[in-house]
Design a protein around this ligand. Sequence first.
Ligand SMILES: C[S@@+](CC[C@H](N)C(=O)[O-])C[C@H]1O[C@@H](n2cnc3c(N)ncnc32)[C@H](O)[C@@H]1O
Length: 266
Amino acid sequence: MKINFQETTKDLAVRIDIHSKFGARDIDVWMLDLIKLQPGSVILDVGCGSGKQCFSYYDFLKGHAAITGGDVSEDLLAQARAENQRRNTNITFEYLDFNKSFPHKQEEFDFVSCCFAIYYAENMSATIGEMYRVTKPGGRLFTTGPMPQNKKLFYDIITEATGLTIPPMPGSSRFSTEIFSTIKAMYSKVDLHIFENPLTFDTVDPYMDYTRASMSEDRKLWGSLFKEKDDFEKIMKQITEVAKKRLDQDGKLVMTKVVGGILATK
Ligand SMILES: C[S@@+](CC[C@H](N)C(=O)[O-])C[C@H]1O[C@@H](n2cnc3c(N)ncnc32)[C@H](O)[C@@H]1O
């Protein structure tokens, strides 16, 4: 499956910022509690983006770990490396395309993670197979992605505003089904954990910032909505009107993120 997707530094940063300002819960706390990292671990974070999870692991283990983050986006890697320098941490950030063989030895890592990225893989068995290959026996994989109920309000508002059918999103349409079953077929112990985080907006502007950051650069995923060049701004205007109407009705907009975390042991 070829998925046309390229995350941009700005859109990812906007969404991370909105989650932290408007969310009731912190996903990093949930994740760290679940994965129980051990000091001295050798860790690979695949699709690391600007390094959010790598820095969270580093802080949790107070630097007692060898952490590598890999991504295809040179922009996001540059941002991660700048933050690595600013914090004076010694995480390795490297180019890694998870659609190709990983440049790592067999059984190199105690822990491999892939947060909000795995569903962009073109050949799921091959990508997960590479994650399995580089994990030590008894080592673990942790991967996160959206569940089908994720961001219901977001999709309801777009449907009401446009009258169009939402195209299937690679995340929510693949994570709890194809991805879970591929991991289950390969690893010995596999559990799916759920994290729910309501984001509450009292005004429309930050909600629309989130909407833009979700729909702008990855426009190709929304191909059936944006057919003409100026459709994007037209649709943003329609979405703003519906969001305003719902805010006036309910006094707030509550968009709940429903995230799955698959934890597997090799
Ligand atoms: C939504 S971002 C998540 C980034 C980070 N894990 C986080 O949670 O902040 C998805 C990431 O997947 C990366 N990605 C997409 N295709 C990839 C590929 N073929 N190989 C490696 N990374 C990829 C993107 O560049 C982006 O950094």
